[in-house]
Design a protein around this ligand. Structure first.
Ligand code: PMP
Length: 441
């Protein structure tokens, strides 16, 4: 039963984990957007391996790619040594890059988590510039290693770890719903940019010439918060004018999820480096940094590690990337995201507890608030994490897996596989509607 397996997990596995704890199930099998537990209950999976499963569970093209590796008896792990499978992966990745980047790009295989690739990108920028300050943003999430935790904002877990990487500076992310700089768009972006430029120019800010600026174009764990297109362009302008390498963390946003293959394409900008993991391995562990040759200051051995030669992940990743492009799943994600957001906005009219509905593509969030509290700033009410948890639990009981996140733990997050259909979106919304009705007092 679920409980027997959960009891075993409870006794033997450390507490330093998060997702499984909130969902009392043991998974038996999975297909497409569905997972089934050991007792035969079926759920729609809108967590999808925290955004890893772009094509859903066990997609035929992913299975086929993996089976081919086994059938041809290819090596499963090759460290940094190259293979045909690896070069095909790089071909597909480079062919996917925007034109202005393709000829200038280099790729670094990391291993194999998003966190390790962010570490590599930060070290690369520090090496290339010989500088040390890092500019990062409130509410951002870049991983749970020592270095990536240091550049992640508003993480409760940080409080208990002393001596994180110094000279890390947190700037305000354009979180419209609670942004002290006013609403987004061109005006909001300009005000935010002026503030950042003044900080960089002010010796009292203590910010030395920065080695890098890093952000997500849509904060994922931070609560599905899309930065405005204008803000992204302003950050590219500031970093370019000041010679600060811009690193975009595409770990969650990459490979079609936001409606473009890479999310920075929405703003027509090209970063100096970007980081991919999650979907790039087609559900298997893989991560890479793609960077401009101008940054290429690595000496051999500058960022090493054993598990960066997973051939199965590269084969699954190539198949995923190909399929996303052939089927134009980016556009599909955009359409499904719009449908989801529109339906959630309709629910918002019925329930003032849905304080903010937002997203880009299939990275969607609903911020749950207490409308009896005092509204501040742009009319935002206090976050209500307890109600969020009740709604999440009620969704789970009705067969829908949603994650909650955000700075206040009060954002219901929708990260379904990109292959989700219109009917499945309707089912998701109808389950959510029932769960909200059952959870609000
Ligand atoms: N960056 C972003 C934007 C992420 O969402 C995550 C994972 N949620 C990471 C980095 C870290 O990736 P990993 O958990 O594979 O280390």
């Amino acid at each position: 039963t679920n409980q027997e397996l959960l009891n075993q997990q409870e006794q033997r596995e450390s507490n330093a984990r998060s997702y499984p704890r909130r969902f009392p199930l043991a998974i038996q099998e999975a297909e497409g957007v569905y997972i089934t537990d050991v007792e035969g209950n079926r759920y729609i999976d809108c967590l999808a391996g925290a955004g890893t499963l772009a094509l859903g569970h066990n997609h035929p093209v992913v299975i086929e790619a993996m089976e081919k590796v086994l059938h041809d008896r290819l090596p499963l792990h090759t460290l940094d040594l190259t293979t045909e499978v690896k070069e095909q992966f790089v071909d597909e990745l480079f062919a996917s890059l925007p034109e202005g980047f393709r000829d200038r790009a280099k790729v670094q295989f990391c291993g194999p988590t998003g966190g390790d690739a962010v570490e590599a990108a930060l070290k690369l920028a520090k090496t290339a510039t010989g500088r040390q300050s890092i500019l990062t943003f409130q509410g951002g999430y870049h991983g749970s290693t020592h270095g990536t935790m240091s550049v992640s904002g508003n993480l409760a877990a940080k409080k208990r770890v002393q001596g994180l990487v110094p000279d890390t500076h947190f700037l305000p992310y354009p979180y419209d719903y609670r942004c002290p700089f006013g609403k987004g768009g061109r005006k909001g972006a300009e005000i935010n940019a002026v503030y950042i430029e003044q900080l960089l120019d002010d010796p009292e800010s203590g910010i030395l010439p920065p080695a890098a600026m890093i952000f997500e174009t849509v904060q994922g764990e931070g609560g599905s918060i899309p930065a405005s297109i204008e803000w992204l362009q302003e950050m590219r302008r500031i970093t370019k004018e000041r010679g600060i390498p811009l690193i975009i963390d595409e770990v969650q946003t990459g490979i079609g999820r936001t409606g473009k293959l890479f999310s920075f394409e929405h703003a027509g900008i090209i970063p100096d480096a970007f980081v991919l993991s999650k979907a790039i391995g087609g559900s298997l562990p893989l991560s890479v940094v793609v960077y401009d040759r101008d940054l290429d200051s690595w000496e051999p051995g500058a960022h090493i590690g054993t598990f960066r030669g997973n051939q199965m992940a590269m084969a699954a990743g190539t198949a995923t990337l190909k399929y996303v492009k052939e089927q134009n799943l980016s556009l599909h994600a955009q359409k499904m995201g719009e449908k989801l957001i529109n339906s959630l906005k309709e629910l918002q009219r019925l329930y003032p507890q849905l304080g903010d509905v937002r997203g880009r593509g299939l990275m969607v969030g609903v911020e749950i608030v207490d409308p009896s509290g005092t509204a501040v700033l742009n009319g935002s009410y206090p976050a209500d994490p307890e109600l969020t948890n009740r709604i999440q639990k009620s969704c789970f009981d009705r067969g829908l897996i949603l994650e909650c996140g955000g700075r206040h733990g009060a954002v219901l997050r929708f990260l379904p596989p990109l292959i989700i259909t219109e009917e499945q979106i309707e089912t998701v919304v109808s389950i959510l509607k029932k769960a909200i009705a059952a959870s609000v007092k």
